[in-house]
Design a protein around this ligand. Structure first.
Ligand SMILES: [Zn+2]
Length: 567
């Protein structure tokens, strides 16, 4: 409808002003291959932008009509442009701090990890903390000689860092690895007793002799994490600056931050006021701080209807762990650890309480759930909250990750209108070993089931969970359409019937992401009246052969009509 009207208007303007447009564009983007994610007008060549909003779309010839003397003409030279990409689940400050700490994401062996720590120790003052993140023992090309419960042990780490406490977070965020010095400072020693090593909501992994191995899962990590010196405001600013730079370089124009406190909200607001916020932010309140939630229940959601740069209207709850460290909460035993089903990481009564309180106040709830038990428990609790608040029809409650779902629960996403906020890249990285955790049947029935969810009518968003994975959307797009590892295996992809088409993958990274933050009328597709948020690629990501997709680079990122990155 809007388009028909617009075309008529365009024709009218074309006829009526022969001496330049009456309302010239600020910018025109011409000579592109532009995928709009607007079903009624899916592919165009050019876009005119005024005051950060899309003024017209059409052919290059049509759009040139909008150029006046002061209009900036951006020639896309045949490059491909899409709506600005929306990262629907990642950790803003984590991305920045990752750049300030030891980045262990690309470490290929345990020895390499130890080497990196040794280098850091050399540069550090005695007693300084050595911190890092991103290691993942299942991604190492060879296993260390000694493993306990699937993890390395810290003897080598202790050798290279006797006086500096070391604390290294697992890529999943659900485990950590500390040296003896750090454990000693935390008061963790030889443990024996009835249920040695178990702490509330987590585990201190012990060897046969009852000695801690350095690996802490879930909430046991807090025993050491709380000793790591607080971040200073200067360091936080540095981290945010680095994170924003990383995002624009990767073509991200909107970002859903999966759980932060008031300090981060204040910092982002400061950047906004200083004109430094180059990526739109949708920040979920962390459910780890009940007093923060109380405060926000009092004041209500903060919806940025003026600039659409910083909105806070959702609450993140962390309900279980990840499959890697076997923390995901399952309905049945782990295939590779009988008798173990993972665990919830907060009492389920909290999901009930927060959902029922948040819903009538206009807050969205976003619950992290990986295992089928966690997904089921949350759907049950959401359902009860919806039943109690029948007037709140546009709730858009989400489940973050929704990685492994019992077949009976899959249709409930569509029926209840619960958004599945998934990260396709997890399939590429995790599927090769996730089958060890779940076995074949559960993998096929309910793991990474994008098509089943979409067919149930559910909205499926995309992202990376950075810094768990790099924030780069291109590998996640590749994973979405191929269901292969980044090495290109297996030949036809894992559970190939669940692949997304490229159109679906693009929508999951744009319009569906916008929907998941109540912004689909403002952004997410290239249509007149929407925000001029664009991502430009150096090759046609929608048409290049599958094996070429990973070579695609972001050439330009445009947010609100402003070029915020150009290669
Ligand atoms: Zn996350």
């Amino acid at each position: 409808m809007r388009n028909t009207y617009f075309l008529a208007l365009l024709a009218f303007i074309g006829f009526s002003c022969s001496s330049g447009p009456e309302n010239p564009a600020d910018q025109v983007f011409i000579n592109g291959i532009i995928y709009t994610v607007d079903e009624s007008n899916p592919k165009v060549e050019a876009v005119a932008v005024k005051d950060g909003m899309i003024q017209a779309v059409g052919t290059t010839a049509e759009i040139q009509e909008w150029a006046g003397e002061t209009t900036e003409v951006i020639d896309l030279e045949g490059k491909t442009m899409t709506p600005g990409l929306i990262e629907s689940h990642a950790h803003l400050m984590g991305i920045g701090y990752n750049k300030l700490e030891l980045d262990l994401m690309y470490v290929k062996t345990y020895d390499e990890l130890v080497e990196k720590v040794a280098e850091a120790v050399e540069k550090a003052q005695p007693g300084d903390w050595i911190t890092g993140r991103g290691w993942h023992q299942d991604k190492w090309i060879e296993k260390p000689e000694k493993m306990v419960k699937g993890f390395q042990t810290n003897e080598k780490l202790n050798e290279v860092s006797k006086d500096n406490p070391v604390f290294l977070r697992h890529a999943s965020g659900h485990a950590s690895f500390a040296n003896a010095k750090a454990l000693e400072m935390a008061g963790i020693a030889n443990l024996s007793g009835e249920r040695p090593g178990e702490v509330e909501g987590g585990e201190i992994i012990l060897d046969d002799l009852g000695n801690p191995t350095g690996v802490l899962t879930e909430r046991a990590s807090n025993l050491v994490a709380r000793l790591v010196p607080e971040e200073t405001p200067e360091r936080a600013e540095e981290a945010l600056t680095l994170a924003l730079q990383e995002l624009v370089e990767k073509g991200i124009t909107s970002f859903h931050d999966a759980g932060s406190g008031q300090d981060v909200i204040d910092l982002v607001e400061k950047f906004k006021n200083e004109g430094k916020l180059t990526v739109r932010q949708y920040i979920m309140l962390t459910g780890r701080q009940p007093e923060l939630l109380e405060e926000w229940y009092q004041k209500g959601p903060m919806i940025d209807t003026a600039d659409h740069l910083l909105t806070v209207r959702s609450i993140k709850l962390n309900c279980d762990g990840a499959l890697g460290p076997r923390g995901a909460w399952l309905l049945e035993d782990y295939y590779d650890r009988p008798g173990h089903r993972g665990h919830e990481t907060l009492p389920m009564s909290v999901v009930t309480e927060v959902s029922e309180k948040a819903l009538p106040l206009g807050f969205q709830v976003c619950s992290h759930a990986i295992g089928d038990r966690a997904n089921q428990e949350i759907l049950d609790r959401y359902e009860a909250a919806f039943a109690k608040n029948p007037e709140a029809t546009d709730h858009r409650f989400r489940i973050e990750h929704a990685q492994h779902i019992h077949p009976d629960d899959i249709p409930r996403f569509g029926e209840m209108g619960v958004i599945a906020a998934m990260q396709a890249i997890h399939l590429s990285s995790d599927r090769p070993w996730a089958i060890d955790r779940l076995g074949e049947k559960r993998i096929i029935d309910g793991a990474y089931v994008w098509q089943k969810l979409m067919k149930s009518g559910a909205v499926v968003t995309n992202g990376t969970d950075a810094p768990v994975e790099p924030v780069d959307p291109i590998p996640s797009f590749y994973a979405s359409v191929t269901r292969k590892t980044l090495e290109g295996t297996p030949e036809n992809g894992y559970e190939a019937d669940q692949k997304m088409t490229r159109e679906e993958a693009l929508k999951s990274y744009t319009l569906d992401g916008a929907y998941a933050e109540f912004e689909e009328d403002f952004k997410g597709s290239i249509e007149v009246g929407k925000a001029a948020d664009f991502t430009v690629f150096d090759q046609n990501i929608m048409e290049v052969p599958e094996e070429e997709i990973l070579k695609t680079k972001v050439a330009m990122t445009v947010m609100g009509g402003k070029v915020v990155f150009k290669r």
